[in-house]
Structure formats: C-alpha cells, structure tokens
Design a protein around this ligand. Structure first.
Ligand code: CA
Length: 232
C-alpha cells in the first residue's frame, strides 16, 4: 500500500450496499475497509485510520449519529459522509450539526457518491487554498483580500460579516450549511448570538443579490439551513 493511498471506511450493515461502495471506491484507487455495525466501525477508525468515513445511520449496536458524536468528542475530525435513507430528515439535520461533512440519500448513484467523496476530501485537504480569497461567478465577484463585493460590475457596500458569510457559502457551492455550522464557522465558536443572526445576514445578502443571475442563488433548505446554489 502506497503511503498516499486514500483509505475509506464503509460502516454499513446492508452487505449489498457495502459491496457496491467497495467496488466503486477500489476502482477509484481507495483502500477500503467495511464494518457492519457501529462498534465495529468505531474500532475500525482506530485500526485503519481512514481518510474518509461513509457512515450509515441505522446500524446495529451503535447508530451512525452516536458514532459520529463519539468521534468528534474524541477530536477525531476525519471527514464523514452520512448514508441516509429517505425520510431520515431529523438525522440529516442532527448529523450536519454534529459535523458530518455531507450526506447522500439512499438509493444513490455510486458515481455521485464518489464525486461527493472527492469534493469532501478536497475541502478537508484545504485545496480551496487559503490564497484563493476571490470567487468569481456570473455577475458576482467576492474578493476577501480587498473585502469588495462586485455585483453586475458595480462595487456594493457590504459589512464584513455579510461578506464572510457569502464567501463561506459560495466557496462550497451547493453544500448545505446548518445555521449552527455557519455560526461556528463564520462567527466563531465563542460567539454568543443565536441562529437568527444568520437569518438576518442572509436576508440582507439576498436583498443585494436577488435577481442578479440565473446561474446562482442563496437558497434556503427548509428545516436544514442555507446553501449557495449554482447551476450548470
Ligand atoms: Ca442500515
């Protein structure tokens, strides 16, 4: 095994799904290990030291949400993608709150899962480089070096927190962030505001951005949070 081989841990009690994921990830060059219940998964995190964890939610012995919680409590920050079944809305929300990096709803296209894994790993490796402090979209430029927001070629005044919030969302297009994640990641863990702070800033951003382009938008994901949606 080459030192830079990526290791994926698949914690999934449905053998056929675990096999399918294994097949695709091995084809993609991953070293894959599977675990069929939560406790086995927890142990495998120690033994195998995975680069990424694909975590089913409904699992024997320890469910996926508890497993993720346990990892984060132990400061194990390995990226996690939840494999959720349709209708597990509650788990999806609490999963993102707990620090899951993404989720995929079953049944899924293996190709989509592989694409999500790569997206999560790129983020985790910080390959949106710290230097890349300027994002360009159709009729929109967010420049965090100069703190300039350019809409339709015009510089628009926006307070720093609005800029930071927009940059944070737009740096991971189509990723859904919960309000709590945005509070933690944009305002910081020691901020004593509540989630309405996020809503207020989103509202002000929307007033500036609405109708500017058809190829992107700040969207509400009901019951979850917000995302910067791009099309095409
Ligand atoms: Ca299951």
């Amino acid at each position: 095994m080459a030192a830079n081989t990526k290791r994926a841990l698949v914690v999934e009690d449905e053998a056929n799904i675990a096999e399918l994921i294994t097949l695709y990830l091995e084809k993609d060059g991953f070293d894959v290990r599977t675990a069929s219940d939560g406790l086995e998964g927890l142990k495998a995190v120690d033994d195998f030291n995975p680069t990424i964890i694909l975590l089913d939610i409904m699992l024997p012995k320890m469910d996926g949400v508890s497993l993720l919680k346990r990892l984060r409590e132990e400061r194990i920050m390995t990226p996690v993608i939840f494999l959720t079944a349709k209708g597990e809305q509650y788990d999806k929300v609490s999963g993102l709150d707990l620090g899951a990096d993404d989720y995929v709803t079953k049944p899924f296209q293996p190709k989509e899962l592989v694409a999500r894994i790569h997206a999560v790993l790129r983020r985790a490796e910080g390959s949106v480089p710290a230097k890349e402090r300027k994002l360009d979209f159709d009729k929109l430029t967010i420049n965090m070096d100069t703190y300039e927001l350019i809409i339709n070629g015009q510089k628009v005044d926006a307070p720093p927190k609005e800029m930071e919030l927009l940059f944070h969302l737009a740096a991971s297009p189509n990723r859904v962030f919960t309000r709590n994640q945005l509070l933690d990641e944009v305002w910081g863990f020691d901020y004593f505001g509540d989630s309405r702070t996020v809503d207020v800033h989103i509202k002000r951003l929307r007033e500036k951005l609405e109708g500017v382009s058809n190829s992107w938008a700040v969207k509400t994901v009901w019951g979850v949070g917000y995302k910067f949606e791009t099309t095409g």
